[in-house]
Design a binder for this molecule. Structure first.
Ligand code: HPA
Length: 234
């Protein structure tokens, strides 16, 4: 047990998928895992451990934003020995060729600040995905025929942004989408020598204002979960 995770030692697998939404963790565990068991419900941040194609995997909610993800990722890494951490979540599309429902595999995650900014002082650290996971996720997405983009994303601290000029610079520099967690996950994985990746579904678009209707969400999010699982175990 840790401060925020009630699981016993050994209840958490070495591979952890991390959706922001605890109910998405429940849905993904019930849909894709065999013998899924609830291993955490502290603060309602549900986590489940089960089997996928003979491999043990945990799906643990991270909450929204980097401070929340940082709590869960730190405890998973330091107290439960998680080795592979893959964020699965939604993001806002930022480029016109990136469409709602597409998948983004995040090679790097730009930030203004993250919970780790303080330790870097004047350095602009570049949070980067683990290449083997990234390459395996790209192969999985290609073999499924899922429309997928691979490149940089922007991890923001705000959903309700007040700086349109920042979005403009992100778009201008080829950033594919915006979300709120990946940069800290990549930084923590780098610090502790673990593997990390973010596989994201474009749920809305900053330029067109289009948003994924709720009835389409399950199927589209399912592609992302399976890409993440295949990446973890190949
Ligand atoms: N901003 C930040 N995070 C998000 C967005 C967004 O527009 N869409 C989905 N996650």
């Amino acid at each position: 047990m840790t401060v925020h995770i009630g699981a016993s030692a050994g209840d958490i697998a070495e591979t952890v998928l991390m959706p922001g939404d605890p109910y998405r963790a429940k849905w993904a565990a019930e849909t894709f895992l065999e013998d899924a068991k609830l291993v955490n419900e502290v603060r309602g941040m549900l986590g489940f451990t089960g089997m996928w194609r003979g491999n043990r995997v945990t799906i643990q909610g991270s909450g929204m934003g980097m401070p929340s993800l940082s709590i869960y990722a730190n405890e998973l890494i330091s107290e439960y020995n998680a080795q592979t951490l893959i964020r699965i979540g939604s993001c806002g599309g930022m480029q016109s060729h990136v469409k709602v429902r597409d998948v983004i595999i995040a090679m790097s995650a730009t930030t203004i600040t993250s919970p780790s900014s303080g330790i870097f002082r004047e350095v602009n650290f570049a949070p980067t995905a683990s290449y083997d996971l990234l390459a395996a996720a790209v192969r999985a997405a290609e073999s499924r025929g899922t429309p997928t983009h691979v490149g940089g994303i922007y991890s923001s601290d705000v959903f309700y942004a007040e700086r349109p000029d920042l979005d403009e610079q992100m778009v201008r520099h080829g950033i594919l989408g915006v979300e709120m967690e990946a940069a800290e996950l990549y930084t923590l994985a780098a610090r502790h020598g673990r593997r990390a990746l973010a596989v994201l579904t474009v749920s809305d678009h900053l330029q067109t204002g289009e948003a994924l209707p709720s009835e389409d969400r399950e199927k589209t999010f399912g592609d992302m979960v399976e890409i993440a699982l295949e990446a973890a175990f190949t």
